[in-house]
Ligand binder design. Structure first.
Ligand SMILES: Nc1ncnc2c1ncn2[C@@H]1O[C@H](COP(=O)(O)OP(=O)(O)OP(=O)(O)O)[C@@H](O)[C@H]1O
Ligand SMILES: [Mg+2]
Length: 261
């Protein structure tokens, strides 16, 4: 697949296809933690994500598949065997066309466009230091006759939450925003984020965070459980900071929320 992590599309033994990021990806080993933890927390908040799994890739498969390698500036090294991160392709790749971007006109036909506001609250909370990335796909049409095309969006790539491999939170007003303001046209004020803010504050308990942490393969974080626990503690503490982070985004000259009055 395209992108800095050099992920691979793989069919897994549950019959689904996954975009797999390997432990020895060129970005950072910890982005696998960020993807699994971040995506599961976003899903728990009710945001539209793809199902994510720990994918086991055997030594044999890598040895027999020359394409399973990581391109470095001067060399190619084989992908590492073992537990990897997988983000499920939301259908059959031979039939379902996905788009990384949509033109503004089609953006207005995205049924769950309001989820971009919720995802921004999440990205502020987790200090995603990449712009927000999503996938779009056409909703299958049931009726006959000419119908407006409908799209849905899915949030992908939580690899740079918690500032990628750094696991700190260098908050900045424009961080985490989607490239097009159009997706935030439904935002009328702080109350537009209300349900998300409430879920972050009330549902992201220490227990929920702890449960998520225990299921992460220790090799993804170099067995440094202390670092991971510190990350969870900071996340817990930052829950109440999200409104002020959103306000700082609102007050930038970019004016991402044209209808916030
Ligand atoms: N669950 C998924 N289903 C289908 N396609 C996906 C999925 N996850 C990622 N992709 C595709 O794979 C590409 C790379 O994914 P992703 O952005 O997560 O990796 P990345 O290496 O961090 O990329 P970048 O460095 O460009 O941000 C995406 O542009 C997207 O098209
Ligand atoms: Mg990406």
């Amino acid at each position: 697949m395209r992108g800095g992590a050099q992920s691979h599309l793989m069919r897994c033994d549950d019959g689904h296809y996954y975009v797999v990021k390997f432990q020895n990806n060129p970005q950072h080993r910890r982005i696998l933690v960020n993807e699994l933890l971040g995506t599961k927390l976003a899903a728990r908040l009710g945001l539209p994500t793809t199902p994510v799994e720990i994918v086991y890739v055997s030594e044999d498969l890598i040895r027999l598949t020359p394409d399973l390698c990581v391109e470095m500036p001067r060399t190619r090294i084989p992908c590492q065997a073992g537990m990897q991160f997988g983000s499920r392709y939301p259908g059959d790749p031979r039939r379902l066309t996905l788009h990384d971007f949509l033109p503004d006109k089609q953006l207005m036909q995205v049924e769950n466009l309001n989820d971009f506001a919720g995802m921004l609250a999440f990205d502020k909370w987790t200090c995603n230091t990449n712009g927000r990335q999503t996938l779009f796909y056409r909703e299958p049409q049931d009726g006959q006759g000419p119908q407006e095309e409908r799209y849905r969006t899915l949030m992908i790539d939580q690899g740079f939450c918690f500032n990628a491999g750094e696991w700190n939170f260098p908050d900045a007003p424009l961080r985490g925003l989607y490239a097009r303001n159009r997706v935030y046209e439904g935002v009328r004020g702080r109350e537009s984020f209300g349900p998300w803010l409430e879920r972050i504050e009330k549902h992201m308990t220490e227990r929920v965070l702890d449960e998520r942490i225990r299921e992460i393969p220790p090799e993804w974080y170099g067995d440094d459980l202390d670092a991971l626990l510190r990350l969870a503690e900071q996340l817990h503490r930052r829950r109440t900071k999200v409104p002020e982070l959103l306000l700082a985004a609102k007050n930038t000259t970019r004016q991402p929320f044209p209808n916030w009055t």
